[in-house]
Ligand binder design. Structure first.
Ligand SMILES: Cc1cc2nc3c(=O)[nH]c(=O)nc-3n(C[C@H](O)[C@H](O)[C@H](O)COP(=O)(O)OP(=O)(O)OC[C@H]3O[C@@H](n4cnc5c(N)ncnc54)[C@H](O)[C@@H]3O)c2cc1C
Length: 403
């Protein structure tokens, strides 16, 4: 049986994130978005402050320098709050925070943890990325699934006589790839693809930012590897058997949700202030219906996200048969992506002419939401839902991917 109630700690995290987001991130968001040069859009000071507040580390256990908030529901609450201020800035923290838990605590060896964890903890700008996609790739899979062993990446890792590896190739689109100090790079070896732990300052790495139409704060990068040497034991281990609580996808849905909430709040405010036809436009019935539609879809998305997060946090409920399993995480990603894209467009309509004026918040939200829909609604996510429902993938695990 689903029992989704926030506890005191979760409420406290939500409040902390809300205060930081509204006071530190939001005041900068619109201005950063409009800066033409990519480097000028990196909110260094905010990244530092948020890091010192624990936004990169909260999901780690206390003995590893975190706050022990390793559940996905807490991550979703924080993600929504940060993204309600600026989704691009929020991405920096949230992907790194979830991967810190997955990589340092669940997948690294003791030796790897001893090497990487202090570097991560002692550097406010230590972010992480996963480099899977390649230019001109035809891999036949996407990052919503674990990397199949039979695909062939063009990026190759060649084992050296001393056991170390040399990587050559190119990757593109990597989220946080430009600033990341730790890259998990999926490269082809003779034994199949392997996830290599590559340090961002390794000689032979070149990175270029890719500017997007939305989510302009927060980078995506092209990354080139030219004879990049990786030590022998820097290969990330697999997801531990039976673990269903890895990956960032439900957190990404919560980031999209936060953006949608910001759009709704902005539109509600405008509809009460703007007088047209002799009264505030919210009093025109058609406007009110739009707003009701926006709010209902947003709340439906939130319920699906919380259910998906709860499912990841309580696999036992499904194993015991207490709750019926659905591919909640895919559903949350796909539904939220589309719902938020639609509601930002509805908001834009309610702003009338002001809706398309550059520099208005709603115009930014529409562009941000297009990117979010693009990464979560097209073919792969929805096809995974059908696959899961028809039994092609394992039904017992409410898990859609390990990244
Ligand atoms: C904002 C953003 C962030 C990203 N972050 C990362 C990241 O952090 N790390 C990383 O490695 N990658 C990242 N990616 C890459 C992302 O995983 C790919 O863009 C995605 O998997 C789609 O691959 P593609 O771009 O090659 O599209 P294509 O495969 O070229 O698809 C083109 C069109 O064909 C359709 N299509 C493709 N194959 C099929 C099929 N078999 N059947 C039916 N239709 C099909 C697609 O749905 C699409 O409409 C990111 C991309 C974006 C846009």
């Amino acid at each position: 049986m689903f029992d989704i109630r926030l506890d005191d700690a979760q409420r406290a995290y939500r409040n902390l994130a809300r205060e930081f987001a509204q006071n530190e991130i939001k005041p900068l968001a619109l201005e950063l978005d409009r800066r033409p040069n990519w480097e000028d859009r990196i909110p260094w000071e905010v990244l530092r402050k948020g890091s010192q507040l624990g936004l990169r580390t909260f999901a780690l256990q206390e003995e590893n320098g975190g706050a022990g908030a390793s559940d996905h529901l807490t991550a979703c609450l924080i993600a929504e709050e940060l993204a309600a201020a600026d989704i691009g800035t929020a991405y920096y923290y949230m992907l790194t925070a979830r991967r810190a838990r997955d990589w340092f605590e669940l997948r690294m060896t003791d030796e790897q943890r001893a090497y990487f964890l202090p570097r991560f903890l002692n550097d406010d700008f230590y972010f992480t990325t996963v480099a899977i996609h390649e230019p001109d790739t035809d891999l036949g899979f996407d990052y919503y699934t674990e990397t199949p062993q039979n695909v062939r990446f063009k990026t190759r890792a060649l084992e050296q006589p001393d056991g170390s590896w040399v990587i050559n190739g190119a990757k593109n689109f990597q989220t946080v790839g430009y600033l990341a100090k730790l890259l998990v790079v999926i490269a082809q070896t003779e034994a199949g693809p392997r996830p290599f732990l590559v340090e961002g300052d390794s000689p032979g790495i070149t990175r270029h930012p890719m500017t997007k139409i939305g989510r302009r704060v927060g980078d995506n990068a092209e990354i080139f590897f030219d004879d990049v040497r990786v030590p022998k034991d820097h290969i990330l281990g697999p997801a531990p058997p039976g673990r269903t609580d890895l990956g960032t996808h439900v957190t990404i849905a919560a980031l999209t949700l936060g953006l949608g909430r910001a759009a709704l709040e902005e539109t509600l405010k405008y509809a009460q202030e703007r007088v047209a036809g002799g009264k505030p436009i919210i009093q025109h019935q058609a406007v009110g219906l739009f707003l009701a539609d926006m709010a209902t879809n947003l709340e439906a998305a939130r319920r699906l996200i919380w259910t998906a997060a709860w499912a990841k946090d309580h696999p036992q409920a499904f194993a015991d048969g207490d709750a019926d399993w659905q591919p909640y995480e895919h559903m949350a990603a796909a539904f939220t992506g589309r719902a938020v894209q639609r509601l930002t467009e509805q908001g834009m309509e309610l702003f009338g002419g002001m809706g398309v004026i550059a520099g208005m918040p709603i115009e930014k939200y529409v562009r941000d939401a297009l990117v979010q829909k693009h990464i979560s609604f097209p073919f792969p996510t929805r096809y995974r839902i059908t696959e899961a429902l028809t039994g092609y993938t394992r039904k017992s695990a409410p898990l859609i991917g390990i990244w």
